[in-house]
Design a protein around this ligand. Structure first.
Ligand code: S3P
Length: 172
């Protein structure tokens, strides 16, 4: 019988607009962990919004920044990390992370997003394309997850479920 696995950090993954950042912020508060947001860290570092980075430097450049950022973050411990929707598709996340997939249906995501939140996301501008991207990615999100939460329920309900799961695990 081996020792149970100890995770360094909790990493939230899922499609754009599924609520990763707000959920990570709440969980960090409730669990007394540090909150980190990959998109936000990149924007501060580049002094530009994600939309501006996509426009001026291209998606590949942004993807390289994501990998660099998640690598740096996962050198430390005890954080709740929100990722961009494409990060687990294009980057490798340290094996020592407890990965939670925030699993909401595409239509639920669309309904929850305000126009302003939609405008911030270059890959969400064309609805048909975004839906196709969702279909393409869903399996990878599932494969990467340590825990999958049904995020079609109310946000407080599923935050509670994630918190209970994390508390049952060994996370530094
Ligand atoms: C992206 C998701 C965005 C942001 C960028 C690309 C994606 O983050 O990283 O616009 O490829 O799904 P959110 O998931 O926070 O919207």
């Amino acid at each position: 019988m081996g020792f149970p696995k100890v995770y360094d950090n909790v990493v939230l993954i899922g499609f754009m607009g599924s609520g990763k950042s707000s959920v990570a912020k709440m969980l960090a508060l409730q669990l007394y962990k540090d909150f980190k947001d990959v998109d936000n860290i990149i924007e501060v570092k580049e002094n530009a919004t994600v939309t501006e980075i996509f426009k001026s430097k291209g998606e590949a450049y942004f993807r390289a920044l994501e990998q660099e950022c998640i690598d740096e973050l996962t050198q430390k411990k005890g954080q709740i990390i929100a990722t961009g929707g494409g990060l687990p598709i294009h980057s490798v996340i340290s094996k020592k992370s407890l990965i939670v997939f925030i699993n909401a249906d595409f239509d639920v995501i669309l309904k929850r997003l305000t126009k302003r939140e939609r405008d911030k996301r270059p890959l969400l501008q064309d609805e048909a394309r975004a839906r196709a991207l969702y279909e393409q990615r869903i399996e990878t999100y599932r494969e990467q997850a340590t825990f999958i939460v049904d995020a079609n329920q109310s946000i407080p309900t599923f935050i509670h479920m994630i918190r209970d799961f994390i508390l049952d695990q060994r996370v530094l």
